[in-house]
Design a protein around this ligand. Structure first.
Ligand code: SF4
Ligand code: SF4
Length: 374
């Protein structure tokens, strides 16, 4: 199991971010421990579909700037990269402030395109995963993740950030392929994480998100930057600190099924400005429940929240229907028609909506389970 170092950091003031990020890397031997002169280093940001920085959906540009400068100082060749679900990469990356960082430092900011097959180990659940060739061609990958809650996967942090290595609409295809089962989807995330092998994960938790994440929640001042060579350990500890239940966290359940040692949490792995018993109050985590015992589609639908339309907020852009790989959503004149029998509860429609016009409505069994375990 790897160590996780937490630095307290409450603002995005650049000099403060620079010193906090350096402190985190220094705990692990400094940036030169990870990056050698001449190496191409992919900085995998969290772009989603590109949102204004103040929405706290994307990795803050100050964090990206700090890490890119450190890689340059170590003689490396950093480039900023991700792949949005359906949007123009350029537009999304401009909105998130990544293009500006790249221009300022004279580095590349590019879309992750050109799928190639990802190598897999013998624990892999899926053997034909395609990621961008730019991921495999990079000498090193540093994951710059964002701390957010997530309607489908409970939380999105280090491991989930790498799903963006799957180019464009292939992501929606995976949602459709995996269907309703969140543990299966978490297994896919574990396979991607194991194949991409980021040398380091740095988490932007200065201001993250809670509630209807990953794009429609509210900002939450977590006040931390975390760093680790073992994103699984970091994600599990943060789940606990945020007040989540590991037994409801699909990533934890999938890792446990594979016998990953990170599932045995060791408090001595938590280092830095906060300790293992640190906890946040009032973090709103989507109320999902494990579906391990009821893998029947009808019951699974009752165990999950369904997407619902808020027509008065809708601007009629049609992005929600365009991203739905299950063909469960039709958009006509600012009205949405859901086919809940086909809906796989991937919440891509929610994620792509720019104006929070799709919310979640808890399934009947989730409401009952939450009522009896309050
Ligand atoms: S309607 Fe939304 S949640 Fe349901 S399958 Fe389509 S994109 Fe996913
Ligand atoms: S619900 Fe959102 S994504 Fe869908 S058409 Fe309306 S504004 Fe666009």
């Amino acid at each position: 199991m790897g160590k996780v170092f937490f630095a307290r950091q409450n603002t995005y003031d650049q000099p403060e971010i620079d010193s906090a990020v350096k402190r985190v890397f220094d705990r692990f031997g400094g940036i030169s421990h990870f990056v050698k002169a001449g190496e191409r280093v992919l900085l995998k940001v969290n772009l989603v579909s590109g949102h204004d920085v103040t929405r706290r959906v994307t990795t803050d540009p100050s964090i990206v700037r700090a890490v890119a400068r450190m890689v340059l100082d170590a003689g490396g060749v950093p480039f900023i990269a991700d792949s949005p679900g359906i949007d123009s990469f350029q537009r999304a990356a401009e909105k998130a402030g990544f293009v500006q960082v790249a221009q300022e430092l004279g580095i590349e900011c590019r879309e992750l395109t050109d799928p190639v097959e990802l190598p897999h180990d013998d624990k892999a659940q899926f053997h034909r995963i395609s990621v961008s060739k730019y991921v495999l061609e990079a000498d090193k990958v540093i994951s710059l993740a964002k701390l957010k809650t997530h309607g489908q996967m409970y939380l999105t942090m280090g491991v989930k950030n790498l799903f963006g290595c799957v180019p464009g609409r292939l992501k929606a295809g995976w949602h459709y392929n995996v269907g309703l089962n969140r543990e299966r989807f978490a297994g896919l995330l574990l396979d991607i994480y194991a194949g991409v092998k980021p040398c380091f994960t740095l988490l932007d938790g200065v201001i993250g998100m809670h509630g209807d994440g990953p794009t429609s929640g509210d900002p939450y001042d977590y006040g931390i930057i975390a760093g680790t060579q073992d994103a699984l350990t970091m994600d599990f500890w943060l789940c606990k600190m945020l007040g989540g239940r590991l037994e409801d966290y699909p990533l934890y359940l999938a890792a446990k099924k594979r016998g990953y040692s990170q599932c045995e949490l060791d408090p001595s792995d938590v280092e830095g400005d906060i300790s293992a018993d640190w906890s946040y109050s009032g973090v709103r985590i989507p109320k999902t429940r494990s579906m391990r015992l009821v893998p029947i589609p009808f019951v699974e639908r009752l165990m999950t929240s369904r997407p619902v339309h808020i027509p008065e907020r809708c601007i009629g852009c049609g992005r929600c229907a365009a991203v739905c790989a299950a063909g469960a959503l039709r958009h006509e004149n600012k009205r949405l028609y859901f086919d809940y029998g086909k809906c796989i509860r991937c919440y891509c429609c929610h994620e792509m909506c720019p104006v929070k016009a799709i919310e979640f409505k808890e399934g009947l069994l989730v409401r009952l389970a939450n009522f009896f375990t309050r």
